[in-house]
Design a protein around this ligand. Sequence first.
Ligand code: UD1
Length: 421
Amino acid sequence: MQKLIIKGKKSLTGTVKISGSKNATLPILASTILSNNKITIKNVPFVKDVITMSELLKYLGSDIKLNFKKKKIFINNNKKSFKTLAPYNFVKTMRAGIIVLGPLLSKFGKARVSLPGGCAIGTRPVDIHLFGLKKLGAKIKIKDGYIHAEATNGLFGNKIKLPSISVGATENLIIAATYAYGTTLIKNCACEPEIKDLINFLKKMGANIKWTGKREIKVIGTQNFNAVNYSVMFDRIEAGTFIIAGALVGKKIKITNIDTNILKKELDILKKMGLKFKTQKNKIIIFYSKNIKPVSIKTEAYPGFPTDLQAQIMVLMTKANGVSKIKENIFENRFMHVPELNRMGAKIKVSGNLSTINFSEELNGAEVMATDLRASVSLVLAGLIAKNRTIINRVYHLDRGYENLEKKLRNCGAKITRVNN
Ligand code: UD1
């Protein structure tokens, strides 16, 4: 198993080019099952989850080629026959594997997809995905850890009001409805930028999808798709992570390849905390921020503050001059990083879904354990500001979602190395 070793307190200067979004790439890749035409996807982040999704598509029968150097994926499913079984070994490491359920079922009339199970941050059920697919006419049974879904004559458009907001369920249903017969109206859907990116991709491929309200989408099904060449949006969580790194240890860090309009909520909060930055449409320059102010925030579905940036902003709050609070509203167990940050000298208390963060004069390097993707990167941020050496175990969590994190940090002057045990 690999470890990261960070020597803290080095100030960073340089430019960081943000990669394409993992959370946009995954549903876009799943949706390619619908098409028999040529597809080129650009600005692909080759993180572990994207590789796993590509391997799953290959296993299913997709003719998929990865060009790591050019950050492109080529797919041409013409004349290919598909399997309709997504086995456990793919879905257990990457929960987004559940998103192949919608396209397989819609196109081939049946699918068997492993139940993803829980993970460190919560139980993460898939009931909303299944609720929506049943509304489109699917017959679904759960047996032996698998979802067995059938729609012998295809799926048929319907009105679906989601019982609560889910990013993955919204994506699964948009993709399924794209190939279904007739019109589907999805109400109370998620409206994350990654969902907008998926819709833009599908529309470019020939799908008929419209936003009919802030949380309402209308999809008119089609079975014919054009060849498409599409560039994935930037990773807004990676961008947020580097903005926070810049405020903590950056002399001056330029963050490029982004769209600052999409980061509005995050930037508003960081401004309230007194961070010093200059924004242009596609870049941010962030300076070391001395007098950080405490704030109280809650995580919410977009356009609220993202749960995927909660662990990172918590590290920034340890440097705020007073008491900050975070209410985690999306996942029931997403404070796994707190005990590790406290071992490094942070003063954070957790009560249910509320954490209270007090100012810490200084964090101290320690040996810590990464528990999930975003928790891991918060430990990297903590390591960058800590005295002495921080050793982070289980870094495979980081590799699921951050492309070249160490290289990007090293290019700005960070002392960070990866070692094998
Ligand atoms: C996606 C993101 C993840 C992000 C999350 C919330 C991807 C690949 N992952 O995950 O990084 O943290 O959105 O922004 O895009 N829920 C149910 N039943 C369901 C589905 C979800 O109860 O059928 C619950 C979940 O347990 C969670 C909440 O709804 O408490 C939101 O989950 P959801 O939006 O579905 O997250 P994911 O799509 O899994």
